[in-house]
Design a protein around this ligand. Sequence first.
Ligand SMILES: [Zn+2]
Length: 151
Amino acid sequence: MAYCRNGAGPDKDEIRTLPQEARDLILQWDSLLLQNDLLYHKYCHPDGATKHLQLVLPGKLRRQYVERLHADLGHFGETKTCEALARRAYFPRWRQIVKMVVCTCTVSNKSQRGRQALKQTPLRPMREFRPMAVLHADLVAPIPAGSNCKG
Ligand SMILES: [Zn+2]
């Protein structure tokens, strides 16, 4: 981020001294942009049609942000959570974080078990074909006037 402020990237010797995380970002140097003191990543879809800015999230906020996003979406799966994140934010190895959050989400895991439990037992065909073997009746005799029907 400091490099973006200076407007020039670090040289090769400097890059070697940086943490992996910063090196990953510097590989995207041409796609980075500093706006209102926030670091953005210029997202460009391979088809060239989609272009927007993704906020580059600081390390400590990433997992929390993905968890929140995943929950706000209504506990979508990994693919949809990835798509939603790509529309908003960027950070190195973001797919791995999304995968981890979705896999460890207790709400998602619970609802998946619930869905399996709700599976219907299949209807069984009736095996009785003799006439009058199965008789359904909805018969209601005239209801006698009760004592409380008089007025
Ligand atoms: Zn979930």
